[in-house]
Design a protein around this ligand. Structure first.
Ligand SMILES: O=C(O)CCC(=O)C(=O)O
Length: 201
């Protein structure tokens, strides 16, 4: 009797106090990942968002775009509901089948090189509910994704997010930990990260 192939490959758990973290590696073959990265870079409607701090307007060190069935406010910027691009919707289906979770919004971050980054924050907006599952799909250059404990910044952890990797954050992680993507002086190629979330409708 032929056995049906498994619906998803298992993620590998990373030991973390007060948080659930797992990583899935090589969710695409290299040529597919490179093709998808290039299509996303070429076809997406990238924007450079700005932040006003103490009267100064600062350009975010990355480009972003989003899709979603529901509005989502992130970094103080409201992203209204927006029809899914078919390529990104296909990636959502893949991520849902790997993780067994449902997602109705995605933010795409385009890091053009090692100078682009994301500063310390938690994904703890009320519309995500208590203990949300957040899935982060990575294409392109490997970058270090860092965690630090909110109560004690000396407790840290870093995960190398390689091409075609998927990181799943769940449990109380957003209450206890912040995460960031640091700048690096190494000359690195482009990277696109897609962070899928489930906003309560
Ligand atoms: O690019 C990354 O891996 C970080 C993305 C992230 O932290 C976010 O969108 O909240």
């Amino acid at each position: 009797m032929m056995l049906a192939p498994p619906l998803s490959q298992p993620g590998v758990a990373i030991d973390m106090a007060d948080g659930e973290l797992s990583v899935f590696r090589d969710v695409f073959a290299a040529p597919e990942s490179a093709r998808t990265l290039q299509k996303l870079i070429d076809q997406s409607d990238w924007q450079q968002e700005t932040l006003t701090l103490f009267g100064r307007t600062i350009a975010m060190p990355r480009l972003t775009t989003w899709y979603g069935d529901a509005p989502y406010t992130y970094s103080g910027i409201e992203h209204p509901a927006r029809t899914w691009d078919p390529l990104v919707d296909g990636l959502r289906q893949k991520v849902e089948s790997l993780t067994g979770q449902r997602f109705n919004t995605v933010l795409l971050n385009y890091y053009r090189d090692g100078r682009d980054s994301m500063s310390w924050h938690s994904d703890d907006e009320p519309e995500l509910g208590l203990n949300p599952a957040i899935a982060s799909l990575n294409l392109g250059a490997t970058r270090r994704f860092r965690f630090r404990r909110k109560q004690d910044n000396t407790q840290t952890l870093a995960v190398a997010l390689t091409d075609a990797s998927l990181l799943l954050m769940a449990g109380p992680i957003q209450h206890h930990w912040q995460h960031a993507l640091a700048k690096t002086k190494k000359i690195l190629g482009p990277r696109v990260n897609l962070t899928f979330r489930q906003v309560r409708l």
